[in-house]
Structures are given as structure tokens and as C-alpha cells.
Ligand binder design. Structure first.
Ligand SMILES: Nc1ncnc2c1ncn2[C@@H]1O[C@H](COP(=O)(O)OP(=O)(O)OP(=O)(O)O)[C@@H](O)[C@H]1O
Length: 281
């Protein structure tokens, strides 16, 4: 069936990124329909974040083309386009003003931290409207942080900060939400709260397209329509999770012998005993 390109949140064709002679992304082609959830699953260093950066116009293509929300990168104002995209990237959580990579100032209240999302700033330098304040509180309630509205952002647990940053990414009602390892560094309940928040988002009316980037098959929502397995800058396979996720495909993707089973719509991975011997040989 032909693809309706007007209905795509992401339309990436033959994307290649080469830096200093190293091929980082190699002929990546992927389509993500609006309002659907796609996951990119792959090991450390396979190029997941670089691909996300290309979608945001932060990493330039050596060749290929990308359309995001109907706009062709290289022919559009990326600052305007970014206002239609939400991004959560845990390598950049809270920090002081001078912490490299900090998304928001740790001294702000949680509500203020979410409000910075309106202005794409680290501190809150602009005066939010009453409607913006109400919306920020509402989003914090949605992610289960109604009891933390006035707490200093820097004092929240890592999991609470992560959920607050999801709320921050949602202030603009994004049409595309990129979650780049949103559960990194979280314990099991912390991880599950983030996943439950994503699940709630996917079931909401007018849900954004969600691109979930992760190392862990356990983190795929049962609502994931498409999974892209990535290794060494390439997509090894892509399609419906039930067709793509097998012990063989995950063993190839991660270079580690694994078994995978599906329980209650989620996938659970087991590392086979012989994998350890292979990994240290
Ligand atoms: N500007 C750059 N110049 C040279 N190499 C780069 C550059 N940016 C990224 N790389 C390399 O490209 C590869 C892919 O990096 P990337 O961060 O996209 O991987 P990743 O799949 O997101 O990894 P992780 O799961 O560890 O976050 C890595 O080997 C990285 O060192």
C-alpha cells in the first residue's frame, strides 16, 4: 500500500552522517505516521541519539533527506519546527545555571521548571501567563507530580525530574515527542512511572507521534506500532514488534545471546548463560 506522506511525522530517506571520515549513520530510511508510537532499539553507540539530533536539525546530513511534520530539513526554519517537537533527553536533567547540558535551573520550583518549556530557556526569564501556569500545573498533575508543584526542582528524585521534564516537553502540545532513553538511571518503580506516563499520553485524544529511543526491549509500550532495530548506524530491521522482536533479531542487534518472550503485551529479555563466555572471550 502506498504511504500517505502527508500523514507522516517523520519521513527519513537514505540518511547518512559521516564525521571525520567515520560513518555514524548509514542509509537510514524510516517513516513514522502521525499519532503513532515507534521505538528505536539498539546498543550503546549505534547512532540513536545522532539520528534524533538529525530530526531536530542539530546534526547535519552528509546525504539523504528528512521531512519532519511535513517540513523538509534544510528548507525550513528549524527554530519554528522545534516548537512543534517535544524532546526529553536524560543526559541533561537538572543543574545550576553553569552546569553544562542542564535543561532547567535546579533552583526553580517544579512548576517554573515546566514553564521554561514555553520559552525554551534554562532559567525563567519571561513572565508566564495565568493560562500557562494553569496548563503547567495540569501537566504536572498528569505525570503524578501534583504534590511537588512548589518544590525546588533540584530536590526532586531523578524519576520525578524525568516526569517533570516530560511535562515540560508537553507544554507546547507537541505533534512529535522524542523520548531519548527517558528511563536511564531510574529504579524499577521510577522506570515504570515514566512508562505509565508515556502510556497515558499515547491513549489521550490527539496524541503526538512518539519516538521512543531505548536500549531495553522491556520499555516498549504495548501500543508500539513499529520497532526499528539499530546497530552500527544502520536499521537492521523494522516493522511491527510481533514480527521483528525475536531471540535471533535481538541477539544480532545487541551482539549478546538472548532469549525474549512476550508477557501481557510487553517483552522481557533473558541473557543466555553462554553469553557471558562469549562476551569476555
Ligand atoms: N560529532 C561527532 N564526531 C565523531 N563521532 C561522533 C560524533 N557524534 C557522535 N559520534 C559517534 O557516533 C556514534 C554514535 O553515537 P550516538 O550518541 O548517536 O549513539 P547512541 O546509540 O545514542 O549511544 P548511547 O546508547 O550510548 O547513547 C558513537 O560512536 C559516537 O562516539
Amino acid at each position: 500500500m502506498p504511504i500517505d506522506t502527508d500523514n507522516l511525522a517523520i519521513d527519513a530517506r537514505d540518511v547518512r552522517v559521516v564525521r571525520h571520515g567515520t560513518v555514524i549513520l548509514d542509509q537510514l530510511t524510516a517513516q513514522v505516521p502521525r499519532g503513532t508510537c515507534t521505538a528505536i532499539l539498539g546498543p550503546n553507540g549505534c547512532g540513536k541519539t545522532t539520528f534524533a539530533r538529525t530530526l531536530l536539525g542539530q546534526a547535519f546530513l552528509t546525504s539523504g533527506s528528512i521531512r519532519v511534520l511535513g517540513e523538509t530539513l534544510g528548507q525550513t526554519d528549524v527554530r519554528k519546527l522545534r516548537q512543534r517537537i517535544g524532546i526529553v533527553n536524560p543526559t541533561t536533567d537538572a543543574g545550576g545555571y553553569h552546569t553544562a547540558g542542564a535543561v532547567v535551573d535546579a533552583d526553580l520550583t517544579t512548576t517554573e521548571a515546566v514553564l521554561t518549556g514555553y520559552f525554551a530557556t534554562v532559567g525563567l526569564y519571561d513572565r508566564p501567563t495565568a493560562d500557562q501556569r494553569d496548563h503547567a500545573s495540569h501537566l504536572l498533575e498528569q505525570v503524578g507530580l501534583a504534590h511537588r508543584l512548589d518544590h525546588r526542582f533540584g530536590t526532586l528524585s531523578t524519576g520525578e525530574q524525568r516526569r517533570a521534564l516530560i511535562a515540560r516537553a508537553l507544554v507546547h502540545l507537541p505533534e512529535l515527542l522524542i523520548l531519548d532513553e527517558p528511563t536511564a538511571g531510574l529504579d524499577i518503580p521510577g522506570r515504570e512511572r515514566v512508562l505509565a506516563t508515556v502510556e497515558q499520553l499515547l491513549t489521550a485524544p490527539n496524541a503526538p507521534a512518539v519516538l521512543m529511543i531505548t536500549h531495553h526491549v522491556e520499555e516498549l509500550s504495548p501500543r508500539t506500532q513499529q520497532v526499528l532495530l539499530m546497530r552500527d548506524g544502520r536499521f537492521l530491521a523494522g516493522g511491527r514488534p510481533k514480527d521483528i522482536i525475536t531471540p535471533e533479531s535481538l541477539t544480532e542487534t545487541f551482539g549478546c545471546k538472548v532469549y525474549v518472550r512476550r508477557i501481557h503485551g510487553r517483552y522481557w529479555l533473558e541473557v543466555l548463560p553462554e553469553a557471558w563466555l562469549d562476551l569476555i572471550r
